[in-house]
Design a binder for this molecule. Structure first.
Ligand code: BMA
Length: 315
């Protein structure tokens, strides 16, 4: 599935995959869909692994260059064993995103249980201790990403409700306190007969650029051989992120490498984390085939231009 005639916006790291289950010192079937952030001069990766009962936990890895990661001996977050969180995490915790904000890190993740999938919020300052804050959605909804700045005094997030009635779309909500969320509006819909026609969902938490908040999202296309997950980009107004300035018409990354095309779930690239760098590039991290972690680099301005110069309708 090589795209020969279009420029490559994301340069894959030559030594992908950057992390596999063989790097994990405890039993883990997969390593994928990780949130990543720069904490001081270290990169912290919080990755998902299927355990051998098929449910997911979150592990932690650290790196000095953003590519060579070392996994900690113990998992970082496992389903809660008491309190209200245990009722909603019993089937596993998945696809964690990290937002740096106000001197701490907000962690949002999918909490699975017999009641469906909700999203939980936790916080940490040092990635040593973690405090669960609240369950911030009802079922069924995934992919909560919080913006790294309050806007007009409120926290802002994107998410993606499940629906049998409308296409699975990206929504925005606001909160005064991180616990209570509202003023929800639908922002970006799948585009019919397009690479993201089946569903779209937030990927990495948006990051600030001079032109707007850049959001890396995933889009899904259903084929006769199953769904294909790709990555796309959208740009949101800095002062009013509910204003979508552009959604790039083309994808920026699709499954191509052998570990993206085959694995636990074939033909998947799925991002939960990106780290903008001072040199104008962004490191993008994605799970390949729900099995391994991969990384690549893009020029932020090229992604911004793609959103503005070659955009499709948002909804
Ligand atoms: C989605 C989520 C992701 C996963 C993707 C591809 O629905 O479950 O965690 O990476 O499917 O299997």
């Amino acid at each position: 599935m090589k795209t020969k005639h279009e420029p490559r916006l994301v340069q894959r790291y030559k030594k992908n995959p950057i992390l596999t289950r063989d790097d994990v010192p405890y039993p883990a079937g997969t390593v994928h869909n990780a949130g990543v952030v720069k904490h001081g001069d270290r990169y912290i990766m919080l990755f998902r692994s299927h355990t051998h009962n098929g449910r997911s936990i979150i592990g932690k890895a650290e790196s000095s260059d953003g590519f060579a990661f070392k996994v900690h001996p113990e998992p970082f977050l496992v389903p809660a064993s008491s309190g209200v969180f245990s009722d909603y995490e019993e089937f596993g915790v998945e696809d964690l995103r990290i937002t740096p904000i106000e001197g701490e890190y907000l962690l949002t993740y999918s909490a699975y249980s017999r009641h469906g999938v909700r999203n939980a919020l936790a916080r940490t300052r040092d990635f040593e201790t973690v405090e669960r804050v609240a369950l911030i959605t009802q079922a069924d909804l995934r992919n909560v990403v919080i913006f790294p700045q309050k806007i007009d005094g409120r926290y802002v997030r994107l998410d993606r409700p499940h629906s049998e009635i409308t296409p699975w779309s990206i929504w925005i909500s606001y909160s005064p306190d991180l616990v209570h969320w509202g003023d929800s509006r639908m922002l970006i819909k799948p585009e019919p007969y397009h690479w993201d026609e089946m569903k779209v969902g937030p990927g990495a938490p948006p990051f600030q650029t001079a032109a707007g908040w850049l959001s890396i999202y995933h889009g899904v296309f259903e084929t006769m051989a199953g769904a294909v997950y790709r990555l796309g980009v959208a740009l949101h107004d800095l002062a009013d992120p509910a204003r979508v300035l552009g959604v790039a018409d083309r994808w920026i990354l699709q499954p191509e490498d052998p570990w993206e095309v085959t694995g636990y779930v074939p033909n998947v690239v799925f991002s939960c984390g990106a780290v903008p760098e001072e040199d104008g590039t962004v490191k993008i991290y994605w799970g390949g085939a729900d099995t391994v972690m991969c990384a690549g680099t893009a020029v932020i301005d090229e992604l911004v231009q793609l959103c503005l110069a070659d955009s499709r309708e948002a909804c």
